[in-house]
Structure formats: structure tokens, C-alpha cells
Design a protein around this ligand. Structure first.
Ligand SMILES: *Cc1c(COP(=O)(O)O)cnc(C)c1O
Length: 465
């Protein structure tokens, strides 16, 4: 058996990495000068790097590893499926047990009449499916011109050409000719950064009503769908005011616009319910899933669609699919992930144990002079850093400078917190215990203190004028 356990020394691995490996969303020259952090193994909530540091992962890698690392059943199921049927496609009038079982299970878990699954290999692919599916749906219903899709600024829906266009990240759009035509972006419901003097409720309503304005501007007969993450993840854990989603749903229904909930992060327990749509109280027509579907143990995503959409789509040939749609090993691993979630009553653990402990810890962190407020829903949170809490002021330095400093101090204290601009992002394993949350809070406090001292020493606690 090949093994990489007895690996080369860190410096040699870093040199090979720099010479041959192009990292996503990275300035590779800068990384090469510094050397990548190399993760060699992980167990529970802790990562181990090539120098033997034990790092608490409060981001579950990229919002994925909800079950924590090293669940032996996951590996066993993968090995068994590899031996039984490592791969078969689902294109040519064939199917296989893992895809059938996973689709049935998802239909059971998903709310309302979301009973049909189109598999993909990732969240990006699933959103590309959605883009083509909603346009094809309306074309099948004799309205081919009902093809425009409305999304939000600062949304993240993936980085393929289609899903990156659906997303609202300008730094993605700037590279490679995006967004593609027919996609429009309205304002995001980020009260902390953009709400000014309005109450959160009034601001939430106003941002939702931008959807109505955009539909009227384009003509309702031209608008196929609206897409949004129940809670924006990569955009900085933006929790919309309570007025936002009910108004969005009302507008979608009024103008016969399909509602797509991108559940890639919110799905599978992250917000304290199976799906984020349940937490924010909406009934979407399509849900995008990935990440937590398999706890990241295998790459798999998909679209769960309503009876009505399936009825229309199933009457035509949809010329779309991925070689790995419903890959048997990935489907078996996802199914095992869902089995463990149910058997270990993970939702019960979240609601009764992990959420109360995490929220209490975050409330304490919120008292830190650098932390503007605590945004939290279930097990996802952000701490916007500010030089002045009362006015929600930004730092005079370029956006992200302070967040990056804080992230580096987190690493130095063996903690992974990501930063989005000057916000610190938290998304711990859903299995995390109160004792581990104490470790998280202690390390986060050290990192915040070190950042504060740094800012003072460098005279960087200035407010943007
Ligand atoms: C990560 C993410 C995606 C893209 O998923 P990939 O598997 O990286 O393609 C889509 N939507 C949301 C909300 C995400 O967080």
C-alpha cells in the first residue's frame, strides 16, 4: 500500500508545493515566499500540521466537516463501496443503489414537496444545473423569454462560469468575462455594514423590495428565478433582518419567480435545523446542496427540486449532467454521513448542547473592544472587527488588513478562524463539545488581544474618515 504518512520534511514539501501546485483563491507567488501550512492528519475538531501543531478547526475546513474529522465509519463505507462498485454512471438508463438510496433519503429529509434530486460533484456544478434547469423549465412551459435570474451582491454560489456569475463577488467577475448575460444582482441584507441609520427591520424590508423593483424593471415575464443563501456564508456570515426573507418569498410568489435557496453551507444542521430555509422560514422551489451533505469526506453536491419542477423537467430530455453525478462512493459516504447525523441525534446535540455553549462563548468575545457585534445563527457566526463599536466604524486601513492580522494571530495560537474583510468567521464542527468550545474561546481571546496590541503599537486603531 502506498503511504504518505512518513512524509518529507516541511521545507521540502513546501518547496515542491510552490514548484508544482497552483492553489485556488491564492496569490501563489506570495504563498511560495512564505510556504504553505501543510496539514497531515486530523481527528475530531483538531488538525495536525507537518510540524506537529494541534490546531482547533473552527471553520471545518471550508464549511464542510460537520461530523468532525476521522469518523471511522465513513472510511469503512467508502472502502466497502470501492470494492463493491467503485463507479458507474447514471446517464444511459442505468442507476445504482447508492444514488437511489441517497436521493430517497434526501427527499425524506427535505421539507415540503422537494422530492427529486439531480446530483452534481460540487456546489458550483449544482448551481450550474439550477441555472440551466430554471431556464429549461420555463421554456418547456412555453415561456423561453422567462430566463433572467436575480441574485445578490456579495453572494457566493461557486466559481465556475455559471455559478460565479450567479454569485455577486466583483473580484470573481473581474476575471474571465463574468457575469454571463441574463444575471442581475441586487443589494445584500447586510445591516451591519450597509444599514446606516435605518433599523435592521426597515433595512431588511428595503433590501427585499429591491427584488420587486428589479422584477418590474426587467418585466416579470422575463424573470425565471431568484437565488440566495438563507444566510450568506463566504460573504461574511450575513444574517438578514427578520423582515427580509418573508418579503423575498412574497415577491417571488407574486410574480411567479422561482425561489432557489443555496443551502450549500446552511444545509445539514449548520443553522440548527436540517436546512437554513427552515430557520429563515421559507419554502424554496429548489435547494442547492454540497459541503455538509458528505461532511466533505467525499465531493458531492446536488439540486433538490419540487414536484412541480420535476414534473415539467421529467417530460423532456435535459441535456445536462456530470460524469460523476451521483458517484456511488460519494453517494455512499453522504448517506453514511446522514445516517450518523440521525443516529447520534446531531440536531439534538446542536440545539441542547453545542449552540448554547457556543452562543455564550461568542457573547463573551463580543465584549472585546475590537469586536463590533456577534452575528450568529445556529453554529455559524461572524465577529466584525471595528475601531468604534457604537458607530459600526470601519478601520482606516484597507478592508481586510485587520482581519488578516487577526487570522494570523489565530494561527499562531493554534486556531483556525477565517477572515472575510475585517470580519472573523466561525463555523465549528457540529459535534463540538462545550469543553472544546472553551478551548476555542480561550484561543480566540488570545488572538483578539494580540491583534488589539498590534493595532495599538502600529497606531492602526483609527477610524475611516
Ligand atoms: C462553497 C459554496 C458553493 C460552491 O461549492 P463548491 O463545492 O466549492 O463548488 C456554492 N454555494 C455556497 C453557498 C457555497 O458556500
Amino acid at each position: 500500500m502506498s503511504t504518505i504518512t512518513n512524509h518529507l520534511p516541511t521545507a521540502e514539501l513546501q518547496a515542491l508545493d510552490a514548484a508544482h501546485h497552483m492553489h485556488p483563491f491564492t496569490t501563489n507567488d506570495e504563498l511560495a515566499a512564505k510556504g504553505a501550512r501543510i496539514i497531515t492528519r486530523a481527528s475530531g475538531v483538531y488538525l495536525t500540521d507537518s510540524d506537529g501543531n494541534e490546531i482547533l478547526d473552527a471553520m471545518v475546513s471550508l464549511w464542510c466537516v460537520n461530523l468532525g474529522y476521522g469518523k471511522p465509519e465513513m472510511g469503512q463505507v467508502a472502502a466497502r463501496q470501492m470494492n463493491e462498485l467503485p463507479y458507474y454512471n447514471t446517464f444511459f438508463q442505468t442507476s445504482h443503489v447508492p444514488a437511489i438510496a441517497l436521493a430517497s433519503k434526501l427527499a425524506e429529509l427535505a421539507p415540503g414537496d422537494l422530492n427529486h434530486v439531480f446530483f452534481a460533484g460540487s456546489g458550483s456544478e449544482a448551481n450550474d444545473t439550477n441555472l440551466r434547469m430554471v431556464r429549461t423549465y420555463w421554456a418547456q412551459k412555453g415561456q423561453p423569454e422567462k430566463s433572467h435570474i436575480i441574485s445578490r451582491k456579495n453572494a457566493y454560489h461557486g466559481s465556475s462560469v455559471g455559478s460565479g456569475s450567479l454569485g455577486g463577488m466583483t473580484y470573481i467577475h473581474e476575471q474571465g468575462g463574468m457575469p454571463i448575460p441574463g444575471i442581475h444582482h441586487i443589494g445584500q441584507p447586510d445591516w451591519w455594514s450597509e444599514g446606516g441609520d435605518q433599523t435592521p427591520e426597515a433595512f431588511g424590508l428595503a433590501r427585499a423590495q429591491e427584488l420587486e423593483e428589479k422584477i418590474l424593471e426587467l418585466g416579470a415575464e422575463k424573470v425565471a428565478a431568484f437565488i440566495g443563501e438563507p444566510i450568506q456564508g463566504a460573504g461574511g456570515v450575513v444574517i438578514p433582518p427578520s423582515t427580509y426573507w418573508p418579503e423575498i418569498e412574497r415577491i417571488c410568489r407574486k410574480y411567479d419567480v422561482l425561489l432557489i435557496a443555496d443551502e450549500v453551507i446552511c444545509g445539514f444542521g449548520r443553522t440548527g435545523n436540517w436546512f437554513g430555509s427552515q430557520t429563515v422560514g421559507i419554502s424554496p422551489d429548489i435547494m442547492t446542496i454540497a459541503k455538509g451533505l458528505s461532511s466533505g469526506y467525499a465531493p458531492i453536491g446536488g439540486s433538490i427540486v419540487s414536484d412541480e419542477i420535476a414534473a415539467v423537467m421529467n417530460a423532456c430530455e435535459f441535456n445536462h449532467g456530470y460524469t460523476y453525478s451521483g458517484h456511488p462512493v460519494c453517494a455512499a459516504v453522504a448517506l453514511e454521513n446522514l445516517r450518523i447525523m440521525e443516529e447520534e441525534d446531531l440536531l439534538g446535540h446542536i440545539r441542547n448542547t453545542a449552540m448554547p455553549a457556543l452562543h455564550a462563548a461568542l457573547e463573551k468575545l463580543g465584549e472585546h473592544p475590537l469586536v463590533g457585534t456577534v452575528n450568529v445563527s445556529g453554529m455559524m457566526a461572524s465577529l466584525p472587527l471595528t475601531p468604534h463599536k457604537e458607530s459600526r466604524a470601519k478601520f482606516a486601513s484597507d478592508g481586510g488588513t485587520v482581519g488578516y492580522m487577526c487570522r494570523e494571530h489565530c494561527f499562531a495560537n493554534n486556531l483556525v478562524m477565517r477572515h472575510v474583510g475585517d470580519r472573523m468567521i466561525i463555523s465549528p464542527p457540529l459535534v463540538i463539545t462545550p469543553e472544546e468550545i472553551d478551548v476555542f474561546a480561550a484561543r480566540a481571546t488570545l488572538a483578539l488581544d494580540a491583534t488589539y496590541k498590534d493595532l495599538k503599537d502600529k497606531d492602526m486603531l483609527k477610524i475611516q474618515s
